[in-house]
Structure formats: structure tokens, C-alpha cells
Design a binder for this molecule. Structure first.
Ligand SMILES: C[S@@+](CC[C@H](N)C(=O)[O-])C[C@H]1O[C@@H](n2cnc3c(N)ncnc32)[C@H](O)[C@@H]1O
Length: 300
């Protein structure tokens, strides 16, 4: 029978043999999940014996991780913006670099920097669209952390009905379901004929951007387990940018912004698309110093 210590040692060695790197952390996270203890409690109770059920469950999870199934899909949870999100293989696992997009959106919203520099009246309704919402990590985080008490409504669009099911659960879980309106459909299409033209203050988008041919070269954790619908950006990875850059302006109100996460490698091509379509924009770097976010508008 395993004690906590022995279980961790076995798991670390097993994962190392499978070629994984963050073996200590992953073993601890999975053991904490299987024993329903937090990681501090695991240290304190390192001589505690695992029950037969816990041990069996832990062994299975470590074996699945050894086959590269992501930890977040094994536990069903992923932290983003210090919030706990439910995830399953229907949704992309939210990435830490996407927090930059949320932080910038909040900075703009909290500064009330709309209407080309005019302050927004507190009673005014603010409409936001999160395109390709996936787990709803972006929309929920904005709804949770928005500072001013004016009315903010977020339209969250998503092509995948299975992803929308997860998005709805997360909105409910974080108490913001009443402020997020979900629409299944293609990019901004669901907003058409809804009176949204010229009404949207902010469009946020972290859309698929991997060129189709490069998907085969991705890490197995991503390639084998994450939904290709969330990864495949078409032949050159830019399909969704082309369409959003052309559709977006119709929906933004004067002084509104389009925030797009990008692949740093595509910065020149995306800048070219924005310039050709007459947008003004700024580029923001992530913590690794890479071009990760574009904020575009008529005036930025
Ligand atoms: C890269 S994932 C990002 C998910 C989420 N926004 C995030 O940041 O974690 C892209 C999402 O766009 C969705 N998607 C793909 N094609 C779409 C389309 N044509 N219209 C709307 N959503 C789409 C995918 O299903 C996926 O959930």
C-alpha cells in the first residue's frame, strides 16, 4: 500500500520515464485531487496511507498523464485569473497568456475609456462580445472583475454546442450567468439582425490560429486531446483574423475596441491585414516579451 510519500515518488519516476518534465508538481496536483486534500495537507500527512480506492484512482490518473492526457482534463479544472474553471475535452484549456487580454479589457472598461476618450455615464449599458468563448474564461473573468457598477452585458458566441455547455456551467459557477448571453454560431453572425450593429463597446477574441499543417507538429498533450476546432486557423492560421477584422467594425460603437490574442509569429501578417482595412492598433507583449495582443479601433 502507498503512503503519500511513496505514491508521489512512484508517480514522479513513472512520469519522468514517460518523458514528462513537471513531474513533481503534476504528481502532487493529481494526488491532491484523488485524496481530496490540498497540497499543503499532503506535505503534512506524508506518512498517511492511501485508501485502496484512492490508490487505484491515482495509479490510473498517472498512467493517463503518462500518455499525455492534460492534467486539467484529468481533474476537470483549470485556474485562470485566479478563478477556478471547469474544463473538458470540448474546450481549449485556458492559457495563462490569455490573461493579458482580460487585463487589458478590464483596464479599458474600468477606465471607462469609451466614446473616443469620453467617460461613459454610469447608467449606460456596456455591451461586450466574446467571440469563440470556449470555457468562457475571458467573459466570466471580465464579468467578475469589472469595477464600475454600470450595466455590463456580454454576448458570448461559440460554434461548438458542447463547448457552450461548459461555458454556461462556468458562468453559473461564478455567479455571472445573468450578465452573459450565449449564442451558438459562427463568429459575429449570431449578432446580425439583433440590433447590435454599432452598439458594441468591446470585442474580445482568442480564436484558433494554428496553421492546419502545423497541427501535426504540436505537443501530443495538445494535438491528441484538445479540440482541433479550437486550434485550426486554416491554411495560414489567419482565416479567423481576416473574417473578424472585416466583420468587427460594423458592430463596434464609435470609440469601441477589438482585442485579439495573436500568435507572435503572425504579427507582421496581422498588422498588414489591419492596416489594409484601415484600423488603428497597438500591440502588447506578454510576460515572455512576445507580441501577444492587439487592441484595434478607430482611435487607440
Ligand atoms: C483558441 S479557442 C479559445 C477559447 C477561449 N476563448 C479561451 O481563450 O480559452 C477558440 C474557440 O473558438 C471556437 N470557434 C472555432 N471556430 C469558431 C467559429 N467559426 N465561430 C465561433 N467560435 C469558433 C472554438 O470552438 C474554441 O472554443
Amino acid at each position: 500500500m502507498f503512503t503519500v510519500n511513496k505514491a508521489l515518488l512512484w508517480a514522479k519516476n513513472y512520469l519522468k520515464e514517460c518523458g514528462l518534465e513537471n513531474t513533481a508538481l503534476e504528481a502532487e496536483v493529481l494526488l491532491a485531487f484523488c485524496t481530496k486534500l490540498d497540497r499543503v495537507a499532503l506535505y503534512r500527512q506524508n506518512e498517511r496511507f492511501l485508501s485502496p480506492g484512492e490508490e487505484e484512482n491515482f495509479r490510473q490518473m498517472i498512467k493517463r498523464r503518462g500518455q499525455r492526457e492534460p492534467v486539467a482534463y484529468l481533474t476537470g479544472h483549470k485556474e485562470f485569473m485566479s478563478l477556478d474553471f471547469l474544463v473538458n475535452p470540448a474546450v481549449l484549456i485556458p492559457r495563462p497568456e490569455t490573461e493579458l487580454l482580460v487585463e487589458k479589457a478590464l483596464e479599458i472598461l474600468n477606465a471607462k475609456a469609451f466614446g473616443v476618450g469620453q467617460a461613459v455615464g454610469l447608467s449606460e449599458k456596456i455591451l461586450i462580445v466574446d467571440v469563440g468563448t470556449g470555457s468562457c474564461a475571458i467573459a466570466v473573468s471580465i464579468a467578475k472583475y469589472i469595477k464600475y457598477p454600470y450595466e455590463v452585458y456580454i454576448y458570448a458566441t461559440e460554434i461548438s454546442p458542447a463547448a457552450l455547455d461548459v461555458a454556461r456551467l462556468n458562468a453559473k459557477r461564478h455567479g455571472v450567468a445573468e450578465r452573459i448571453i450565449f449564442w451558438q454560431g459562427d463568429l459575429l453572425e449570431p449578432l446580425k439582425n439583433q440590433g447590435c450593429e454599432g452598439q458594441i463597446s468591446l470585442i474580445t477574441a482568442n480564436l484558433p490560429y494554428i496553421p492546419t499543417i502545423e497541427i501535426a507538429c504540436l505537443e501530443p498533450d495538445v494535438r491528441l486531446y484538445e479540440p482541433h476546432l479550437a486550434l485550426n486557423g486554416g491554411k495560414d492560421g489567419l482565416d479567423f483574423y481576416r473574417r473578424l477584422i472585416s466583420q468587427g467594425r460594423e458592430f463596434l460603437r464609435p470609440g469601441g475596441y477589438l482585442l485579439m490574442e495573436i500568435d507572435p509569429a503572425a504579427i507582421n501578417q496581422i498588422s498588414g491585414l489591419l492596416n489594409a482595412a484601415g484600423w488603428k492598433f497597438n500591440v502588447f507583449l506578454d510576460l515572455a516579451g512576445k507580441e501577444r495582443l492587439i487592441v484595434a479601433g478607430q482611435e487607440v
